[in-house]
Ligand binder design. Sequence first.
Ligand code: DGP
Length: 121
Amino acid sequence: MSYDNNNIFAKILRNEIPCEKIYEDEYVLSFYDVNPQKKIHALIIPKGKYVNLDDFSSKATSDEIVGFIKGINIVAKKLNISSDIGKGYRTISNVSEHGGQEVPHLHFHIFGGEKLGKIVE
Ligand code: DGP
């Protein structure tokens, strides 16, 4: 599984392409999806070069994995949709061809701000 340094999220991480940033720390960057599918549609990506969830799970350090999972909660809190201060959300990650992944840098979608429908069609 080779990483394409020219994928769009790699360019966003290098500040070559702008994004509407929500949160950033040493492990993650979160920004709004350019093509929102729900009232709130955020993305969160690891800073490291991982193609998808399988690549990340098998190669990332424990610190990177913890930092990424904690990042989801931090972003949800910032968006006021976490289960403690808001009404919840859905996070999904599309993996490879059958998952419908378009951008080959691991990302989780974070949907919220409204009642969500079926998980899959
Ligand atoms: P996926 O199908 O899971 O790979 O979703 C990729 C998402 O990335 C899709 O919802 C649209 C979003 N996206 C693609 N290009 C850009 C971009 O340049 N900026 C932002 N903010 N989002 C993008």
